[in-house]
Design a protein around this ligand. Structure first.
Ligand SMILES: Cc1cc2nc3c(=O)[nH]c(=O)nc-3n(C[C@H](O)[C@H](O)[C@H](O)COP(=O)(O)OP(=O)(O)OC[C@H]3O[C@@H](n4cnc5c(N)ncnc54)[C@H](O)[C@@H]3O)c2cc1C
Length: 414
């Protein structure tokens, strides 16, 4: 039989990545999820959750499971994007998982941003304590008055005053703002930028700072989760607070969002798999009309559609991560993955609720919260429509350049 000796497509991980994936899985199964379930069963208060988080963090550090996304010189595990995909999906099977290893939004993206754009002083002052887990941060870009999907419309302003900058503006949905020790604030600094995308800059703003007011924790459809409204009135910061140079706010946001979008996808895959597991567990144990739900074709279709979509989602995320790791263009692949995984998560959670009936709709099951959380994945970090627009642009551009759309469908050797 003819064999291709140069066959290079291999979906297994190297032994050291497989080892870390298995260790993370065991840690989540044996420590994180049981801890979470105990707290939920006891109806524990905030202090108990915090104490458990600290204990789990100590255990994670002891096992070398800390900061999977950061390089070793910053105390991290130094995983590349594909290995990170595997580990993040395992972590997301428990709600606290990403927090326990200090790899959750928005701190994860902020760490990457400061690592890439920060000066040595900024890294010591802001990044160091974040990596140690002694502080938290937030990222303030979206404004209630203008479409967050189009950052060129941003109205918050920073004006030069001597060697300082003075910031005025209004932001909302600033995740993690309460309790954060600083914010990365994006504000307009340029009146006549060469391109509209070069009008904004990023600033590191200490919290508290005079004029920086957390107005409220915006209540969402799933309750209050520290997504805050913020008003900035005459917030004065020194020159050294500028992160990444004047007019770089949009670039910095894009740099942050590319891999951060994929990091969300990795966690969503873990959540989608948890929902599918629950769907199948319920279907195989719930009896109605003469058989288990799992024996009914209508339910099998829900299961099979979910399995097919989740398989697609995993392939897309792995391939986009591979392209980032191989320094290949990745924006179209990340857009496609982000759109597909977000919608897959939503559909699988919805189907899992359906199979669980009243239990799925109740707070007795985690599915109701998972479904509500899944809803924002379809518009935050790039709305479905914007990603589809970008994907269509890439397909049209590829066709114009080469007479085929092949390069815009993952540029695979097929
Ligand atoms: C849970 C959560 C956490 C968040 N955390 C943060 C955070 O930490 N920091 C931060 O700055 N922001 C954060 N956000 C805000 C988020 O980034 C914005 O919601 C997102 O960018 C969309 O902006 P918008 O809400 O203003 O919607 P809009 O821009 O007003 O868009 C609304 C809808 O318009 C449609 N639309 C927009 N553009 C197009 C187009 N070109 N073509 C077709 N349709 C279009 C889409 O359907 C879109 O959903 C968070 C949001 C949520 C829900």
């Amino acid at each position: 039989m003819w064999q291709d000796p140069a066959m290079a497509i291999d979906f297994s991980f190297p032994p050291e990545v497989e080892d870390v994936r298995q260790r993370v899985r065991a840690f989540v199964d044996e420590e994180v999820r049981p801890g979470e379930q105990r707290l939920a069963a006891e109806g524990a208060g905030r202090a108990d959750w915090r104490a458990t988080l600290q204990a789990l963090r100590a255990s994670a550090r002891d096992q070398g499971l800390w900061l999977p996304h950061m390089p070793a010189e910053w105390g991290g595990m130094g995983l590349g994007p594909t290995a990170l995909a595997a580990v993040s999906a395992e972590l997301a099977k428990a709600r606290m998982g990403p927090y326990v290893v200090n790899c959750y939004a928005p701190d994860e993206g902020n760490m990457h941003t400061i690592l890439h754009w920060g000066t040595a002083e900024q890294k010591e002052r802001y990044l160091r304590p974040l990596t140690e887990g002694s502080t938290r941060s937030c990222f303030a870009m979206t404004e209630p008055e203008v479409a967050g999907s189009d950052p060129t419309l941003m109205q918050s302003r920073a004006i030069r005053d001597g060697s300082d900058w003075v910031i005025d503006g209004h932001k909302w949905f600033v995740s993690g703002a309460r309790g954060a020790s600083f914010a990365i604030v994006i504000a307009r600094t340029e009146d006549e930028p060469p391109v509209p995308q070069a009008a904004t800059s990023a600033f590191l703003v200490d919290i508290p700072t005079g004029g920086f007011e957390i107005v409220r924790d915006v209540e969402t459809m799933s309750g209050s989760h520290n997504h805050c409204e913020i008003r900035m009135s005459g917030v004065r910061v020194p020159e050294e607070a500028l992160l990444g140079g004047r007019g770089q706010g949009h670039r910095l946001g894009q740099y942050r969002l590319g891999p951060a979008r994929l990091a969300h996808c990795m966690r969503w895959i873990g959540q989608a798999e948890a929902a599918l597991d629950m769907m199948v567990e319920r279907a195989t144990s719930r009896y109605a009309h003469g058989s288990y739900l799992a024996d009914k074709q209508g339910i099998q279709w829900l299961i099979s559609e979910s399995a097919i979509e989740l398989y697609q989602a995993k392939l897309m995320v792995l391939h986009a991560a591979y392209r980032i790791e191989a320094s290949l263009p990745f924006l179209t692949e990340v857009s496609m993955a982000k759109h597909h995984v977000a919608n897959t998560l939503w559909r699988i959670c919805d189907r899992a609720v359906q199979v669980h009936g009243a239990l799925g709709y109740s707070r007795d099951s985690p599915l109701s919260e998972m479904l509500l959380q899944a809803r924002w994945s379809r518009f935050a970090d790039g709305a479905d429509e914007v990603h589809k627009w970008r994907v269509a642009e890439a397909a049209i551009e590829a066709w114009r350049a080469s007479g085929t759309t092949r390069a815009a469908t993952g540029d695979l050797p097929l």
